[in-house]
Write a protein that binds this ligand. Structure first.
Ligand code: CAA
Ligand code: NAD
Length: 283
C-alpha cells in the first residue's frame, strides 16, 4: 500500500520526534494534540532541531524549509479523514488509547493503518477495540526519536501480514532498523530496560547509594550512555511507573513490583525532566 499522509497523535516528547522523522522522509504529517500548547512546544522543538542540523551542515536551508512545509498541526482528530497511517503517541493509559482508537476507527479511511507507540500495553487489546483489528500494529520508537535507530514492530494477534509489511517498509524509509516482536508485556525493550531502572530506584530507596553514585556506576562501569536514573528522568517517571505496572500485572510476578519510591515521586508530580524535577532537578 502507498502511505503519503500521516497523522501523529500526541505532540509530547515522542510524538514531536515521530512527526519530525516522517517529514524528514518526505511524508505529509499532521501533528494532533488536545493541547494547543503541546502542539506549539512540539513544533518549536522540531524547528530548533532542524535549525541545528542546518548549522552543523547536515541539512541545507532548502531541505529544512521543505521539511517544515510538510508539517502541520491540528487539535481536531477529524483531520485524520485523509490519512493513510496514524501513529498514536498519547499518554500510556489503556483507557485513553482505546478511546482514541475508537474515534480514529470512525474517522480514518478504511484502508488506513492505525499504529500505536505504546511502550508496553497489549496491542491485541487496542486492536480489539476497533472494527479493523488486522490493520492495527505497534510501532515503538525509542527516545530521542530523531537519534535512535530502533523501531520495535509489534504484531497484535490479529495484525495482517500486509499491515506488518507496510510498517516494516515504512520504518526502513525512515532510515530506522525494524525488529519484529510478539505482543507480550513490555515487548523486548521495556521488559529488559524497565526492571533495571526499577532496581536502580530500589537501590536509592534502600540507601545503598545516591542517585548520582548509582548513575556513575552504570555509566562508568558498564559504559551506558546515561545512568538508569538520568534515563528514567529522561523517559518520564510516570511512563516508567505505568510500564512497571503493566509488567507486574501482565506477568503476575512480584519481581516486577514497582518501587514505592517511584510511586511516591509520581504522586508528588516529580515526573523527571518534563516536570523540572525527578531524581535530579532541571531548569
Ligand atoms: N532530541 C533530539 N536529539 C537529541 C536529544 C533529544 N532529546 N538529545 C540529544 N540529541 C542529539 C543531539 O542534538 C546530538 O546531535 P548533534 O551532535 O547532531 O547535534 C546527539 O543527539 C548527541 O547529543 P549530545 O552530544 O548532546 O549527548 P550524548 O552524546 O550524550 O547523546 C543521547 C545523547 C543520544 C540521548 C545519549 O545520551 C543516549 O543514547 N542516551 C540513552 C537513550 C536511551 O536509552 N533511549 C531509549 C530510552 S527507552 C525508550 O525510548 C523506550 C520506552 O518505551 C521508554
Ligand atoms: P508526553 O507526556 O510527553 O506526551 C503525551 C502527549 O499526549 C501530551 O502532549 C498530551 O497533551 C497528549 N494527549 C494526551 N491525551 C490525548 C488525547 N486524547 N488526544 C490527543 N493528545 C493527547 O508522553 P511521551 O513520553 O511522548 O509518551 C507518549 C507515548 O509514547 C506513551 O505511550 C509512552 O509510553 C510512549 N513512549 C514513551 C517513551 C519515552 O521515553 N518517553 C519512549 C517510547 C514510547
Amino acid at each position: 500500500m502507498t502511505i503519503n499522509h500521516v497523522m501523529v497523535i500526541g505532540a509530547g516528547q515522542m510524538g514531536a520526534g515521530i512527526a519530525q522523522v516522517f517529514a524528514q522522509a518526505g511524508l505529509n504529517v499532521k501533528m494532533n494534540d488536545m493541547s494547543q500548547d503541546a502542539l506549539d512546544q512540539g513544533l518549536l522543538g522540531i524547528e530548533k532541531r532542524l535549525g541545528r542540523a542546518v548549522e552543523k551542515g547536515r541539512m541545507t536551508e532548502g531541505e529544512r524549509k521543505a521539511i517544515t512545509e510538510l508539517l502541520s498541526t491540528t487539535t481536531d482528530l477529524k483531520d485524520a479523514a485523509d490519512c493513510d497511517l496514524v501513529v498514536e503517541a498519547v499518554v500510556e493509559s489503556m483507557d485513553v488509547k482505546v478511546s482514541v482508537f475508537q474515534q480514529l476507527d470512525e474517522i480514518a479511511p478504511s484502508h488506513a493503518i492505525l499504529a500505536t507507540n505504546t511502550s508496553s500495553l497489549p496491542i491485541t487489546e487496542i486492536a480489539a477495540a476497533t472494527q479493523r483489528p488486522e490493520q492495527v500494529i505497534g510501532m515503538h520508537f525509542m527516545n530521542p526519536v530523531p537519534v535512535m535507530k530502533l523501531v520495535e514492530i509489534i504484531r497484535a494477534i490479529q495484525t495482517s501480514d500486509e499491515t506488518y509489511q507496510a510498517i516494516e517498509d515504512m520504518t526502513k524509509k525512515l532510515e530506522k532498523t525494524p525488529v519484529e516482536v510478539e505482543d507480550f508485556p513490555g515487548f523486548v525493550s521495556n521488559r529488559i530496560l524497565m526492571p533495571m531502572i526499577n532496581e536502580a530506584v530500589y537501590t536509592v530507596h534502600e540507601g545503598v547509594a545516591s542517585p548520582e553514585d548509582v548513575d556513575a556506576v552504570m555509566k562508568l562501569g558498564m559504559n551506558h550512555p546515561m545512568g538508569p536514573l538520568t534515563l528514567a528522568d529522561f523517559i518520564g517517571l510516570d511512563t516508567c511507573l505505568y510500564i512497571m505496572e503493566v509488567l507486574h500485572e501482565g506477568f503476575g510476578d512480584s519481581k516486577y513490583r514497582p518501587c514505592p519510591l517511584l510511586r511516591k515521586y509520581v504522586k508528588a508530580g516529580w515526573l523527571g525532566k518534563k516536570s523540572g524535577r525527578g531524581f535530579y532537578t532541571y531548569d
